[in-house]
Design a protein around this ligand. Structure first.
Ligand code: GCU
Length: 587
């Protein structure tokens, strides 16, 4: 196939137009657009399109489409389930140029244009990535990503003027600190002129920040922004700020309110090159959460929607779990009157990476669908889950309709299945503390992290309506009204927003307790069905792939059984209410 590349200055950055014919024309305003156009053409052809009749104009919805790696320099990956780091080992850089090139190409193929490689939780060695000692190697890595238009971001320590620079303070109002950041930015950009910027987790889970020094989040972010501005760099400032030393006896403090409380009053106070990076849900990447009220509330500040591609609370790449369904649902959620999250056009979309140095990238090969989904939605947040997953399955497994159809269907169901056998109706957090895989109903109940279900013999859940912690008041009134009322609150968020008696009747007529029993029995049966379905594909799949996934399904079943039995027993013991259907609940 002949391809003709045209420059069309009227197209926005990164955008492309493909016009089919004997010779296919790809028009773009820049090199990135030309690359995205070429990769999109390859993808369309693999998906069965006729190059002669193509007529596509594609413009990314978000300017910055970024992956955050949480990789440590010792080679481990925080919340990583796919081997070690692609970038680091034993306290040093260690990367395979061939692997990085493949990775960069893979990222470009889904439109990702930025990547941070080091964990937002800084350690001594990673704090020093911005020093002369480390920058030459970092620049080499930046060069490896550059041909694919993927720009590096560095996660930095807010206290770096002290911890790295040896200054007595990191206070944003101190002249020495201001100068130190300016010099640091100049040094970093001398090595990596196209660096996208700095990523900061400040005042969050024991990372240093401006609050401890009596300054606001805006004071803190703006000092870094001023240092980066002359170089065209951006500060990605995370909003995951909450009291992680809460007393469980305190029922007034409510963790999901925290990001809004800290950042909404500062709307408009941040420099133009600061992007507030906000987790998609107000708590922490649970299976079902509402969309963060902060995402819709900010109108004068740039913002990023942060997704967690890696499956920390969602099965750790053992259990089958496609993010496509909950993410597309979230993007369609109204966050302002008449406006969905996708339409607010946050100019940055971030995903916490699910990739490691395992040969198949994601440990579970089916988890690669989540990286694909992330890139596709960052580019076009109006896409549907089914088309994304079907395309991924076709690109990955070829055009055997039985295989792609079956895998697409399993992926589409996977979120609901996982939600059935884990914590009920949006309540979250009934996981093993620390590593977060598997059930532990009270694992976080008496801890300091602000994550409580408050189950009693007569009722379950946290009242976050105007009668309770009033989280709902952070949403526009029309949207708050939906959550306030148990008739209109989406069922999968019922116990997120309401504290309800076990006798509460759901829409299908079942009581809350019966729903808990039913879904937990069903979830296990659904996993058994996944296993049986997967087995039908054995003759059509490459043996190694079949075996790796089959082994994970085996572990998923054990996990689901354990969840089912512990959840059902816990609530049966607490309430004394029997299962109407008389199934086995252990006492
Ligand atoms: C979660 C996760 C941490 C991570 C944090 C974050 O709490 O468990 O490992 O550091 O999110 O987003 O910063």
């Amino acid at each position: 196939m002949n391809i003709n590349y045209n420059t069309d200055g009227t197209l926005p950055p990164d955008a492309f137009r493909i016009t089919g014919g004997e010779t296919v024309t790809i028009a773009s305003a820049d090199g990135a657009g030309a690359l995205y156009g070429k990769l999109a053409l390859e993808e369309k052809i693999k998906l069965g399109a006729d190059a002669k009749t193509l007529d596509i104009t594609s413009v990314p919805a978000a300017k910055n489409r970024i992956l955050n790696h949480w990789d440590n320099m010792d080679g481990t990956v925080e919340r990583g389930y796919a081997g070690g780091s692609l970038f680091f080992k034993n306290g040093d850089f260690a990367w395979d140029p061939k692997r990085i090139e493949e990775y960069a190409k893979m990222l470009a193929a889904v439109g990702i244009n930025g990547i941070s490689i080091n964990n937002v939780n800084l350690r001594d060695d990673s704090r020093r990535l911005i020093t002369e000692e480390r920058l030459p190697q970092l620049a080499e890595l930046a060069a490896a990503f550059r041909p694919y238009h993927v720009r590096l971001i560095i996660a930095v320590d807010f206290a770096a003027p002290k911890t790295v620079g040896g200054l007595p303070t990191a206070d944003s109002f101190d002249d020495g600190v201001i100068a130190w950041w300016r010099e640091t930015a100049a040094r970093v950009y001398a090595h990596i002129p196209d660096l996208m910027g700095f990523l900061v987790k400040a005042d969050s889970e024991f990372q240093a920040g401006p609050a401890a020094l009596g300054r606001t989040q805006a004071d803190g972010a703006n000092v870094l922004a001023a240092a980066l501005a002359p170089h065209g760099g951006t500060v990605f400032w995370r909003c995951f700020v909450y009291d992680c030393l809460q007393d469980w006896r305190d029922t007034k403090t409510d963790r999901p309110k925290a990001a809004y409380e800290h950042f909404f009053p500062l709307d408009g106070a941040f420099a133009e090159n600061v992007v507030l990076q906000i987790k998609i849900g107000p708590v922490d990447f649970q299976v079902n959460e509402p969309v963060s009220p902060l995402l819709g509330a900010l109108t004068k500040t740039r913002r990023a929607i942060e997704f967690q591609v890696t499956q920390e609370y969602t099965g750790q790449q053992i259990d089958l779990y496609a993010h496509a369904v909950p993410w597309t649902r979230a993007l369609k959620t109204l966050v302002r009157p008449g406006q969905t999250l996708a339409q607010t056009r946050a100019d940055t979309v971030v995903g916490v990476s699910n990739v490691g140095n395992d040969a198949n990238w994601t440990g579970n090969p089916l988890a690669l669908a989540n990286l694909y989904t992330f890139g596709k939605l960052a580019w076009d947040p109006t896409l549907g889950a089914e088309e994304i997953l079907r395309d991924w399955a076709t690109l990955t497994f070829g055009n055997d309709a039985a295989v792609t159809g079956t895998i697409t269907e399993m992926l589409l169901q996977s979120h609901d299945v996982f939600a059935k056998y884990t914590a009920p109706l949006g309540i979250g957090w009934m996981v093993q503390p620390g590593h977060h895989y598997g059930v532990n109903v009270d694992g976080y109940e008496y801890m300091k992290w602000g994550t409580y279900h408050r189950a009693a013999h007569d009722a379950l859940g946290v009242d976050r309506t105007s009668r309770g912690t009033n989280l709902t008041a952070q949403y526009p009134p029309e949207i708050a009204a939906v959550y306030e009322n148990t008739d209109t609150c989406p069922q999968d968020l019922l116990l997120f927003f309401h504290r309800l008696p076990y006798s509460f009747r759901l829409k299908n007529g079942a009581t809350l307790i019966q729903h808990i029993y039913d879904t937990h029995f069903e979830g296990v049966e659904d996993v058994r069905r996944f296993i049986a379905t997967w087995e039908t594909l054995e003759p059509r799949l490459q043996p190694q792939l079949f075996a790796v996934v089959a082994e994970r399904f085996g572990r998923q079943l054990e996990n689901a059984v354990e969840w089912r039995d512990q959840i059902n027993t816990y609530f049966h013991r607490l309430t004394g209410i029997p299962d109407e259907k008389g199934r086995k609940i252990y006492d």
